[in-house]
Design a binder for this molecule. Structure first.
Ligand code: GLN
Length: 302
């Protein structure tokens, strides 16, 4: 009897269990499933959206990070390197010999500060402007930092850093000269520096005003030509000649400036030393932000 009762009980329990399983549980399950599906659907939908957003965000930040790390990987390649950089001789305030006999100026101070910031070393080669460019092309220097204008023509051959200055071109005559305009200059002999944007401007005006154009290698020689009367006018980047006039080094006055101006950058041969260009740009950005760049300029301009 006991056995029977147990058997019945078991049967009842099983029946109940089956019923429970069969119906309510199924219903529940279905409901559950439906609910779950619905819930999941909603969750899925928003989760999917979120996931997609996350992925998108991840990708964007991954891309940004990759770009950043690409750029940082690139400029980090400059760490510990030494670069030979060609520069000009007398091109104050960008580079010149100061009273202590040191070759200094905006280009020198700025690039040295960038090198310090970014962990590379510069070996300066004071060659003159056109000689620096020739040395760059011959692979004798790695880069040129010489108040070099960024022009479309040059960009075909060189890679430039970001610009750190803008220069228009000035036409200067002796301060006691009666020449006051380009019209007054017509038919005279003028002097410009080989391979410069100043000489390009001179060439443009030479045609228009019938000028005879002489070429020299150094700005200082150009000013001597004007002082001695070998040339009536010289062509120079405006901030340069203005600086020399202001510090009493050059007895000239500016009678004309070009309508256009050029940005100024550090140049390497196209495709060469991309890490140096990246390090320059990163360093320059940092020095602009922390005030060092303005501080350097203040050594030369009030
Ligand atoms: N900015 C001018 C140029 O690039 C002159 C540079 C210089 O004489 N150092 O042509």
């Amino acid at each position: 009897m006991k056995k029977r009762v147990i058997a019945l009980l078991l049967a009842a329990t099983m029946a109940f269990a089956l019923t429970a399983c069969g119906s309510s549980s199924t219903t529940e399950e279905t409901t559950d499933t439906t609910d779950a599906t619905a819930a999941e659907d909603t969750t899925d939908a928003s989760a999917a959206e979120e996931a997609a957003e996350d992925t998108a965000e991840d990708e964007t930040s991954a891309e940004a990070e990759a770009e950043e790390s690409d750029a940082s990987a690139l400029y980090e390649e400059a760490v510990g390197q030494t670069y030979v950089i060609g520069t000009d001789t007398t091109f104050a305030p960008f580079e010149f010999e100061n009273d202590e006999g040191e070759h200094t100026g905006i280009d020198i101070e700025l690039f040295e500060a960038i090198a310090d910031e970014m962990g590379f070393t510069i070996e300066w080669d004071i060659l003159g402007f056109s000689a620096s460019v020739a040395a760059l092309e011959a692979g004798q220097v790695d880069g040129v930092m010489a108040g070099m204008s960024i022009t479309d023509e040059r960009m075909e051959k060189y890679d430039f850093s970001d610009s750190y200055y803008d220069c228009s071109i000035a036409v200067a005559v002796a301060s006691d000269s009666e020449i006051e305009s380009l019209d007054d200059l017509a038919g005279s002999t003028v002097v410009a520096k080989t391979g410069t944007t100043g000489s390009q401007y001179a060439e443009e005006l030479a045609e228009e005003y019938g000028l005879e154009l002489l070429y020299v290698e150094e700005s200082s020689v150009m000013y001597l030509y004007v002082a001695s009367g070998q040339a009536v006018a010289c062509f120079e980047d405006y901030p340069i000649v203005q600086y020399e006039i202001a510090r009493g080094n050059v007895d000239c006055k500016v009678i004309n400036t070009s309508e256009y101006s050029y940005p100024t950058g550090m140049a390497v041969l196209s495709g060469n030393y991309p890490e140096l260009v990246a390090a320059f740009n990163e360093g320059f950005a940092r020095l602009q932000e922390d005030g060092t760049y303005d501080e350097i300029l203040s050594h030369y301009f009030e």
